[in-house]
Design a protein around this ligand. Structure first.
Ligand SMILES: [Zn+2]
Ligand SMILES: [Zn+2]
Length: 169
């Protein structure tokens, strides 16, 4: 649970609390089959009372996942990094700043769980390539073209014509 008791911070602006969390891969259920966490996700940062009833979390998130290359499906290592800033305001206080990005906290407890989950999701790319010039798989025979050309004809004809051509020969 990424929850922090911030009662002691509320006394004076400027007070801060350091945040150090390590989320083991088995705690991370995001991504399902498509994504495998290779390392724990580490979160380093602090919660700081920046005035009024506002607490600001500032920190970084680091880790690594394994995903399939979107061209050749090879398992590919993807480092994750994100810089995070999020403000929280006590529920007893009107949000006078007009800042919609401020989250509300209750009972002097700040829960970073939702923030961290969404930051992990955003840090994971939709698509990865094992290398910038990945050649992908042959659409006809499925051979990994990074390992060399296959025997299939390299013109761009629809493979369905091949069956027709062989009938005509
Ligand atoms: Zn690839
Ligand atoms: Zn082929």
């Amino acid at each position: 649970m990424l929850t922090y008791q911030v009662k002691s911070l509320i006394k004076d602006p400027g007070l801060s609390l350091s945040v150090h969390e390590v989320l083991e891969p088995e705690q991370l259920i995001l991504g399902g089959e498509r994504i495998r966490f290779l390392t724990p996700i580490t979160i380093e940062g602090s919660l700081r009372h920046i005035g009024g009833w506002i607490i600001e979390f500032k920190g970084t998130l680091d880790g690594a996942v394994q995903m399939a290359c979107s061209r050749c499906t090879k398992a590919t290592h993807v480092p994750l990094h994100s810089d995070i800033t999020q403000r929280y305001i006590a529920d007893r206080q009107e949000n006078e700043s007009g800042d919609d990005d401020v989250e509300v906290y209750q009972d002097e407890v700040i829960d970073l769980t939702d923030l961290i989950n969404s930051e992990i999701c955003m840090a994971i790319p939709m698509k990865v390539l094992c290398r910038a010039d990945c050649q992908g798989l042959c659409p006809v025979c499925g051979k990994d073209l990074n390992e060399g050309p296959c025997g299939c004809s390299q013109d761009d004809t629809d493979p369905r014509w091949d069956a027709l051509k062989s009938l005509l020969q």
